[in-house]
Design a protein around this ligand. Structure first.
Ligand code: ADP
Length: 495
């Protein structure tokens, strides 16, 4: 102790068995700060590391009164802690910010009857890191609270699953929309099909393996699909439109999936009423149209001597009745499709003669067009000839209708990727890009409000698309405004 004092440094906190020179040598070398004061607060020793941290030098500090050297420390945490250590003779440890140096210090002060030894480090960087982490955590918390408030205020049901398919988050709307209690929303999503009696719109049950969540967890965005559920709290079936998307982390790895579900029961019911009305109206029209057509034909056959003017009138009635009959059939077929599948009676269809016949039938009513089969591979498909003939007639009719100046209509039959692909190409008005998206939807008409609106109900392509889909084929098109359109459909080959 005495030796220490003669050297100006106290040995408190230093291993007393260490030779003093060695201890001082260590203090001289370390980057951490160390200083000692006597009971009158006179600085008796400061190591170079400490002097540097205090932005001074040992020569400048040694011998000075601590509070004179650092007047701004008076009244601070440093002041309070050092006084306490010395008065109570207890070691103290604290972290404090020293304003004049703009630095945070971690301080350990050890008292002895002779004074105080202070060991300190600059921890500004760690403190800044901690402050930044706290700020980020607070920000993240605030963000999470806000996000939660947003999804809880949504009318749609939203729930999130982790990669194991466990529900990790569900908003309030789930309770009303799906009729599930909070505890039922803290389970595996695979329980939902059974719990909600999930069915497709045709009534077939959906198993947990068929849930779109599986596809989303494999990285696929699953577009809106309509599903019927039984809502237990409302005690009735509910039509839901679900969409599921994968959730990815910043590295692109799928870490879960989010499902949104909207109750679309009301619009489905309105649609159903509309369909019912269309079906009833079409049925009611069918009989009078058949009568009109029948009598027009009887008159044409009976009165072969009728004057030319009369014959023309009767033929016009006959053609008009035919057109009405086609529209009525389209409406009836479309409403039948809404309620289920088409009655298909499948057989083998050799495409080349089949397409040639469709061309011949259409050509007689289109004298200004040249309808050709420009390429035909000898392919046989499996299908219902009655419905396939309707698809071809629809596509050729459209090609004629939307190339009012006349011109070529080119059909082709090709084998592509093990399937038969039939194409119908026209060089007419085409379809503007921004109007192409809904082309296969029921009642969609791409040229409404343009000079190229040539009438029609917007049913033909919807029906054709569905007919091909039920044949396990696909329908698509390419079109450019002013240059024409090509409609394609594929069909599986007969084995
Ligand atoms: P529509 O009876 O109105 O023709 P469709 O379902 O057959 O009904 O066709 C839907 C819409 O698609 C049409 O209204 C038309 O705008 C567009 N369309 C169909 N075929 C063609 C074509 N070959 N060229 C340009 N537009 C077409």
């Amino acid at each position: 102790m005495n030796r220490a004092n003669t050297n100006g440094a106290t040995t408190t906190g230093v291993d007393a068995s260490l030779p003093l020179e060695q201890a001082v040598l260590i203090l001289e070398r370390i980057r951490d700060g160390f200083f000692a004061v006597d009971r009158e607060w006179c600085i008796t020793y400061v190591n170079p590391g400490g002097a540097r941290l205090l932005q001074s030098s040992p020569q400048e500090l040694t011998g000075r009164n601590l509070w004179d050297a650092f007047p701004q420390a008076v009244g601070t945490e440093f002041d309070a802690q050092y006084h306490r250590a010395l008065a109570d003779q207890v070691p103290v440890a604290f972290e404090a910010y020293y304003e004049p140096l703009g630095a945070w210090f971690e301080v350990h002060a050890y008292p002895s009857p002779e004074g105080l030894s202070v060991y300190f480090q600059d921890v500004s960087e760690r403190k800044r890191g901690e402050a930044e982490r706290e700020r980020l955590a607070a920000e993240a918390h605030e963000y999470a609270v806000r996000l939660r408030a947003i999804i809880d205020s949504m009318a749609d049901a939203v729930f999130v699953v982790d990669t194991q398919g466990r529900i990790t988050l569900a908003n309030d709307a789930n309770e009303a929309v799906l009729g599930l209690g909070k505890h039922e929303l803290q389970q595996a999503a695979s329980e939902l099909p059974a719990q909600l009696a999930m069915r497709r719109t045709d009534g077939t049950p959906i198993t947990s393996d068929e849930m779109p969540i599986k596809e989303a967890l494999a990285g696929k965005v699953v577009g809106p699909s309509d599903i019927i559920i039984y809502n237990r709290s409302r005690q009735r079936d509910t039509y839901m439109r679900f969409a599921v998307s994968p959730i990815r982390d910043s590295g692109g790895q799928v870490i879960g999936a989010v499902t949104t579900g909207r109750d679309v029961t009301e619009s489905v019911e309105i649609d159903r009423m509309k369909d019912q009305f269309i079906a009833v109206a079409a049925h009611e029209l069918k009989t009078p149209v058949t009568v009109m057509k029948g009598y027009a034909q009887v008159l044409l056959r009976m009165r072969t001597d009728a004057p030319g003017k009369w014959r023309k009138m009767l033929e016009a009635i006959d053609r008009g009745a035919d057109r009405m009959d086609r529209i009525i059939n389209d409406l009836l077929n479309a409403s039948q499709l809404q309620t289920g599948r088409l009655p298909l009676s499948m057989g083998e269809v050799s495409l080349e003669p089949f397409v040639a016949e469709a061309i011949q039938r259409a050509a007689s009513a289109a004298p200004r067009h040249r309808i050709r089969l420009i390429h035909a591979e000898p392919l046989v498909v499996c299908g219902d000839p009655r419905w396939l003939a309707q698809v071809l007639a629809s596509l050729i009719d459209n090609a004629i209708k939307y190339s009012p100046e006349g011109g070529d209509i080119d059909l082709a039959i090709r084998k592509e990727d093990g399937e038969a692909v039939v194409s119908v190409r026209d060089y007419g008005v085409g379809i503007p890009r921004e109007r192409q998206a809904g082309i296969f939807q029921r009642f969609y008409r791409a040229h409404t409000g343009t000079p190229y609106d040539y009438g029609g109900l917007g049913i033909g392509l919807y029906l054709s698309h569905e007919i091909i889909r039920q044949h396990h084929g696909r329908m698509w098109f390419e079109s450019a405004e002013g240059q024409g359109s090509t409609f394609f459909f594929s069909l599986p080959l007969a084995s």
